[in-house]
Write a protein that binds this ligand. Structure first.
Ligand code: OOG
Ligand code: NI
Length: 471
């Protein structure tokens, strides 16, 4: 009898760990940040025994120092669609379409991520993946140079391509899975060796810094990894003292009692030495800033109406205080943000009842359903203690936040040009598949948890429960 093939979850966990080791070796500042996050997380746990208990129960405790995501940027449709096939091997599907043109950044993106609670528990690693949009490059000649340089490279090793082909006909054995992790990892490593001359680099960099980062190197190096901070404000505040240059603000909602969506911040990318190959074959040294480290803290997934409220309040805060590119007025911005978000309910029960956030329901066995002469409502069951609701965690990203992360790490000092030009169809054509709708995933998870709960309480769910009436 042969062993069962390694699961997608197991391959993803192996890959995440290999990428973490690789990036820590490549970027010492990231390693230092990882130590700082561990120290602050340790302090949070020591100060709050209940928090530790909750993390132990949810299985989160053991994976606390495991990276939540990383990010890469690619140049062509072929690179993106091959990545889709590569990530599929690790159970990572493209979820969401992010339009970064809203902030004058010439890419659009998706997140390759595991689907479902148990996969997320097994290994929460995601890759935020952006594709260059030549149509948003204002300088046609620079666009042509970029296309020519990109056409010359293959970001995958021949063996990696072969393994992807094999996987599409049958599953891997253990040895192939291990080999795949090594070969796939090579696509994402850093090489200080540019593939172009300093003149071409300068030409592309002055058109847009992102263009140089995407085009001038052998492949889509990891540009950051992201750790889970139990207290993101505390880590952010401690960064400077530990020799890191933090972003001025934490992107996302303000600090709240009941966290929603995603808060994230980073230390800024530092220039590192690179070597160019000049036209005459000589080497020239230069510098390139692209790689940084990020922390995140997640909260409840919002429904479409919750999200609309979030987007509105954030836009209002941004209108009230336009954040300076150097972040000098961060304090005023944070105050405006907090003021605006006072309008966002800050307790789980209101978020649930007003359908601003998605909930996961679970039955309380001891309570039972009680006498159920008439069909009880969800609210009845919750009140009676037969049913429990907790927020579903947001597992995706936020375009405005992502744009803020991009901008502060590109050294992009230009004023934002708002030219909203989403093109999801072009992105999906390049990807070779539709992206999944994150709202539909959360909705499904909510409904499934409710159906399972009602069933285990012995309530009749053969007819669909009237959600409108009962919530
Ligand atoms: C990606 C920035 C977006 C996030 O966490 O929102 C991102 C990039 O800089 O390539 O990773
Ligand atoms: Ni990120």
């Amino acid at each position: 009898m042969s062993d069962p093939p390694p699961s997608a979850d197991a391959i993803r966990a192996m890959f995440a760990s290999a990428i973490s080791d690789m990036y820590q070796a490549e970027a010492p500042q990231y390693r230092a940040m990882k130590a700082l996050v561990a120290e602050v997380n340790g302090r949070c746990l020591a100060n709050d025994p209940q928090l530790k208990q909750r993390l132990l129960e949810s299985g989160e405790f053991e994976r606390l120092d495991v990276e939540r995501h990383g990010a890469i940027r690619v140049g062509t449709a072929e690179e993106l669609s091959t990545l889709r096939r590569l990530f599929a091997i690790m159970g990572m599907a493209p979820v969401g379409y992010y339009d970064l043109s809203i902030a004058g950044i010439p890419v659009h993106s998706t997140a390759f991520r595991p689907i479902g609670e148990s996969a997320m528990r097994a290994s929460p690693f995601r890759i935020f993946c952006s594709l260059l949009r030549p149509d948003l490059i204002p300088d046609a000649q620079a666009g042509e140079i970029a296309a020519k340089v990109l056409a010359r490279r293959d970001i995958f090793t021949p063996r990696c391509r072969r393994l992807i082909d094999i996987f599409e006909t049958r599953s891997f054995n253990d040895e192939e899975a291990r080999e795949f992790v090594v070969e796939a990892g090579k696509t994402f490593r850093w090489s200080g060796q540019a593939t172009v001359s300093s003149a071409i680099y300068q030409r592309l960099h002055s058109t847009h810094p992102l263009l140089a980062d995407i085009v001038c190197f052998k492949g889509p190096h990891i540009n950051h990894l992201t750790l889970h901070a139990l207290d993101i404000d505390a880590v952010h505040a401690a960064m400077s003292a530990h020799g890191m240059n933090p972003k001025a603000i934490i992107e996302g909602p303000p600090r709240r009692r009941c966290p929603i969506l995603l808060r994230q911040t980073s230390f800024k990318a530092r220039a590192e030495p690179v070597e160019f190959i000049e036209e005459d074959g000589r080497r020239a040294t230069g510098a390139h800033a692209a790689r940084f480290g990020e922390i995140e803290q997640r909260g409840a997934a919002l429904t479409a109406s919750g999200r609309a409220l979030y987007d509105r309040l954030l836009a209002e805060a941004q209108t009230e205080v336009a954040l300076a590119t150097d972040g000098a007025n961060a304090h005023a911005f944070n105050e405006a943000l907090t003021r605006r978000f006072a309008a966002f309910p800050d307790d789980d029960e209101t978020l649930r009842r007003e359908k601003l956030a998605f909930s996961r329901y679970s039955p309380v066995a001891e309570a039972g359903a009680g006498e159920t002469a008439s069909r009880p409502s969800i609210d009845d069951l919750l009140q009676r203690g037969a049913l429990r609701a907790e927020p579903i965690l947001y597992e995706d990203f936020l375009p405005v936040s992502a744009a803020g992360i991009f901008r502060s790490n590109l050294g992009d000092q230009r004023a934002e040009q708002f030219i909203e030009r989403a093109d999801r169809r072009a992105f999906e054509a390049a990807l070779g598949a539709p992206v999944l709708d994150e709202f539909a995933l959360y909705q499904e998870a909510e409904l499934r948890s409710l159906a399972t709960s009602l069933e285990s309480l012995g309530l009749d769910v053969s007819q669909p429960f009237d959600l409108e009436k009962t919530q």
